[in-house]
Design a protein around this ligand. Structure first.
Ligand code: BG6
Length: 457
């Protein structure tokens, strides 16, 4: 039996745009996702857009009972910026009522709400001004953050500023999966810098307002492994670490952007525009905790050819196909639970053993109706095995002193996933798209209940 520390968080994560539905209802204005779907619906799997998701906006009360049913003691979701402040300034009373009732109901049922502020959902009004490319976005986000602290601070004691900031940077400005889907390394770095400053300014607003509780950030940490110990491969790994691991972890936890990262950007003419006082603000506004989303490692090697100044990250490192890898064929992601132990050790040794939790981990599988038994329950043993293996590695890290305080899966009920629509399912509950979005428990939900009841397995 592996027993986890007392008070360990067992729960799941989701986001406003992926679950709420009613994307243009209840006073909400459009985000880049709503607009992109309107402009290019063909980009989205089966033409599935953000208007109909698991529609938590109307079903949250029933869903919270379902969370309770499977033993969840915590739940992370986000607030929609475009719902709370439809034009960036005016408070939407209907949104306040909705979120207050949502968070209050969670608390009344013994489920701690962990509330995040940005999950890839840039409001369209701000995108039209340049989104994260403009410095204006920093102040706009800090205003939104402060508004959320004021409106919900009595109900929320654990805040997060961003979910996976690297994703909207990379997918929007390097790899084409998020709007505006352009390829521009220099812009990507500027967008990254403004995102960092928006985070820091939100932390500053939280501290200056003396709000009760903790504030952190959720990062996708993809540990990197080099093809070999040869210098060229190790250099590629180090550059990947700077861009992918240290870029946010260093300033958020240690209060300083890595000097090596600054050098690398300088050498490649990628230094973003900054303001003199930013350094001080970064230094004085560190987080209380870190959330780490872990799905897959990153295998890297030296690129065959590269340009200076670099035009894309591929000039720094190339991906390496590890012949021994296990793969989740539906998502195309490597399954490597051992990395979670390495992450635990990294947090302990390189980041002052700051409190952290696994804020997402999970397995997306397509066509899960194949696994329905005669009673209508998805027999997702693969998901239980996936969790067991990852928790085994996490346990080892905790035994060796890493300050991990919880484990959240992605996700609670199957949810909508950006361009992938409803292709891959991750939930403890299946959502039936052909039958009024009905929810039905999967086998993994039963297992999770036991896990939480025993605080281990
Ligand atoms: C995380 C995101 O990267 O992974 C979620 O925070 C996302 O928004 C999840 O849905 C699973 O990835 P995907 O692309 O299969 O939905």
């Amino acid at each position: 039996m592996l027993t986890f520390p007392k008070g360990f968080l067992w729960g799941a994560a989701a986001s406003a745009p992926q679950t709420e539905g009613h994307a243009l209802g209840g006073g909400k204005t459009a985000t880049t996702w709503d607009k992109w779907f309107e402009l290019n619906p063909e980009k989205f799997n089966n033409n599935q857009g953000p208007e109909v998701t698991s529609n938590v906006y109307e079903f949250y009360k029933e869903d919270i009972q379902r969370m309770k049913e499977i033993g969840m003691n915590s739940y992370r979701t986000s607030i929609s910026w475009a719902r709370l402040l439809p034009d960036g300034k005016t408070l939407n009373k209907e949104a306040v009522t909705f979120y207050r009732s949502y968070f209050q109901t969670l608390r009344e049922n013994g489920i701690e709400p962990i509330i995040n502020l940005f999950h890839f959902d840039m409001p369209w009004w701000l995108m039209e001004k340049g989104g994260w490319e403009t410095r204006e976005s920093v102040e706009a986000f800090a205003f939104y953050a402060e508004t959320a602290f004021v409106e919900f601070g009595d109900l929320v004691k654990r805040w997060a500023t961003f979910n996976e900031p690297l994703v909207h940077i990379e997918c929007g400005y390097l790899y084409g999966f998020h709007y505006p889907a352009i390829v521009d390394f220099k812009k990507a770095i500027q967008v990254g810098y403004h995102t960092l400053m928006a985070h820091v300014k939100a932390v500053e607003a939280f501290r200056q307002g003396h709000f009760e509780g903790e504030i952190g950030i959720i990062l996708n940490v993809t540990p990197t492994y080099a093809k070999s110990n040869e210098d060229r491969d190790m250099e590629a790994k180090n550059k990947a670490d700077l861009l992918i691991i240290k870029s946010f972890l260093d300033p958020c936890v240690l209060g300083e952007v890595s000097k090596d990262l600054v050098e690398l950007l300088k050498d490649n003419e990628l230094i973003p525009t900054t303001i003199e006082t930013d350094k001080e603000i970064i230094k004085h506004n560190r987080v209380d905790y870190i959330g780490i989303n872990y799905y897959q490692p990153m295998r890297v090697k030296a690129p065959e050819t590269s340009q200076v100044p670099a035009q894309t990250p591929a000039d720094f490192f190339a991906s390496y196909d590890w012949p021994e890898k296990r793969i989740n064929p539906y998502r195309g992601w490597e399954i490597y639970p051992e990395a979670l132990y390495d992450v635990a050790m990294m947090m302990k040794n390189d980041y002052n053993n700051i409190p952290w939790f696994v804020s997402e981990n999970g397995m997306g599988v397509a066509d899960e109706e194949r696994f329905l038994d005669e009673k209508g329950m998805v027999q997702d043993d693969y998901r239980v095995d996936f969790m067991k293996e990852h928790l085994g590695q996490l346990y080892k890290g905790i035994q060796e002193g890493s300050s991990c305080f919880g484990y959240h899966t992605w996700t609670f009920v199957d949810c909508w996933s950006w361009l992938n629509g409803y292709r891959n399912r991750y939930g403890f509950y299946r959502v039936d798209l052909d039958n009024n979005l009905n929810r039905s428990l999967k086998k993994s939900g039963l297992w999770y209940k036991e896990l939480s009841q025993h605080n281990g397995f």
